[in-house]
Ligand binder design. Structure first.
Ligand code: XMP
Length: 513
């Protein structure tokens, strides 16, 4: 029987990274609601060789009124358990320990001192870099538990039961910044749960093509194509599945990179797709008039997109919409039951519920960005698309702060062109997840010639990331930043000041809105 590790999702931002790490360890896992019925738990036991349980992190406190409900039976399964962050606190709480609000909260990189290199800590160095994010801590261990590791502000950063295979870690082994993260998760899966690496990844392309065909059931479909890696990959996959029954629709909402429409149309027609380009700039500018709230702006774009796509679908007689939504888009839009909404990705939560499509097909919905790049290469997409920086669906709408006006839109475009031109000359372009200007609402005083100037402030954001969920600001060379600032202030006189954003994610997100 297939081995399974069940992950209970208490609403953490990183729950799906746990599943992803299991996939990398070649161990099959599924994510479930902690309030899973006993009946369903039994079904898992019948269908799989249920080897272990991971309790994820989450935003609540175990003792608060809003604590996530869970089925208490999960603690009677007599299989290994690993609690992460909230899961770690929950284990302590359930077994009679004490959890309290930490005097000092910890967010970001920390140092772990391994007190006992056993169990999940086997072969882990005595001192290690870890990624930790918490407000509560386990203050007292339950009876029969022992401490395995500590951090500066968290004396019980890891523990285990002395007789049963139950472990807890306050930090996040699934996050890339935890250096021994894969070792710890591997120890849990292989040593503690006894799993063997055997997951058959299968042929994603073949399976996705089959599924798209099944879902579209012989009808025509359109695919929303922005020219970014996700929608491009979805478009080529869908074209393999549906051939000429597919039309790719490029919606130019007026907030894309310059010249995007022409390049996208040429590239994808060259790949044999039917492509329609719709210029909807005026419509979007009108709809965005007076809208200031970032979430509202995203929703306006989402809604506007769908309406344009519906019209395009009607014109070609298509009934299905195919989109390049990927896993992190869904997580951050708060799709899982207990996680909080960070922002509404326009292609997920921004979509109005009443859409005139028979169905929406999202072939990449379980993939992370680097997995999409892998699939894109397998499909033979050009490297210029595979390696291209990510660009968000709403484009400059979330990079121009506050209300959008034609004046701000034009300034942003000119600044962005300079930033992209300069970046493309640099080899470090490929180390960056993306880099872009943000037009702020803050005006500041400058001097031009001998006169006072009072103009816009532009922030440059450049980040490095592997999986979207965390990111570091890039330590770009000063001479490069200086070149940007000189060109921007010389060539775009409306801008009097350029600043560089030095915030990591978290606490900031990559985009400013
Ligand atoms: P944040 O700002 O959430 O960005 O840290 C993570 C990644 O997601 C992109 N992003 C979006 N992509 N629709 C998209 O297609 C959206 O609404 C959206 N919002 C953010 C962002 O550019 C970054 O790569």
């Amino acid at each position: 029987m297939k081995e399974l590790i069940l992950i209970l999702d208490f609403g953490g931002q990183y729950t799906h990274l746990i599943a992803r790490r299991m996939r990398e360890l070649k161990v099959y896992s599924e994510i479930e609601d902690p309030a899973i019925s006993t009946e369903r738990l039994k079904e898992y036991g019948q269908k799989y060789n249920l080897r272990g349980l991971i309790l994820s992190g989450g935003p609540s406190s175990v003792y608060s009124g809003n604590a996530v409900e869970y089925n208490k039976e999960v603690f009677n399964l007599t299989i290994p358990i690993l609690g992460i962050c909230y899961g770690h606190q929950l284990i302590a709480y359930v077994f009679g320990g004490k959890v309290s609000h930490a005097g000092k909260e910890e967010y970001g990189i920390g140092r772990l001192k391994v007190r006992r290199p056993v169990g999940i800590f086997q072969d882990v160095e005595p001192e290690e870099t870890i990624w930790i994010s918490h407000a509560d801590i386990v203050e007292e261990l339950p009876k029969d538990f022992e401490v395995l590791g500590e951090t500066r502000n968290c004396p019980i950063a890891a523990f285990r039961h002395t007789a049963m295979p139950i472990y807890g870690v306050q930090f996040h082994p699934e996050v890339e910044h935890t250096r021994p993260g894969m070792k710890i998760l591997g120890n849990f899966a292989y040593l503690i749960c006894g799993c063997s690496p055997s997951l058959e990844t299968g042929d994603f392309v073949e399976q996705a093509v089959r599924e798209i065909r099944e879902q579209a059931r012989g009808s025509k479909a359109i695919v929303a194509l922005s020219g970014g890696i996700d929608s491009s990959t979805a478009a080529v996959l869908a074209s393999r599945a549906l051939g000429k029954s597919l039309t790719a629709v490029f919606v130019d909402h007026g907030f894309m990179r310059e010249g995007e429409g022409v390049t996208v149309k040429r590239t994808f027609e060259g790949l044999g797709l039917n492509v329609i380009a719709v210029n909807a700039e005026k419509v979007f500018l009108e709809k965005l008039k007076g809208v200031r709230d970032p979430e509202q702006k995203r929703k306006v774009v989402g809604e506007g997109f769908i309406r344009v796509l519906e019209d395009a679908a009607k014109s070609v007689g298509a009934e299905y919409l195919i989109q390049g939504t990927i896993y992190p888009d869904r997580i951050e839009s708060g799709e899982t039951k207990h996680s909080s909404v960070i922002k509404t990705h326009h292609n997920v939560g921004g979509i109005p519920s009443a859409v005139a499509f028979k169905g929406i097909i999202e072939p990449l919905k379980d993939l992370y960005k680097d997995e999409v790049r892998y699939v894109a290469r397998e499909l033979g997409l050009p490297e210029s698309i595979v390696k291209r920086h990510v660009f968000p669906g709403p484009g400059a709408v979330v990079r121009i702060m506050g209300e959008i006006t034609p004046e701000k839109q034009a300034i942003w475009r000119r600044v962005d062109r300079i930033v992209q031109e300069e970046l493309e000359k640099e080899i470090f372009y490929y180390d960056l997840w993306m880099a872009f200007p943000v037009l702020l609402e803050t005006r500041s005083t400058g001097v031009r010639g001998d006169a006072r100037a009072f103009g816009y402030t532009v922030a440059i954001r450049a980040v490095e990331s592997k999986d979207t969920m965390t990111a570091n600001f890039s330590q770009l060379p000063y001479h490069f930043l200086e070149r940007l600032s000189t060109r921007i202030t010389n060539e775009v006189p409306e801008v009097t000041r350029v600043v560089y954003d030095i915030t990591n994610k978290p606490p900031a997100t990559m985009e400013w809105e």
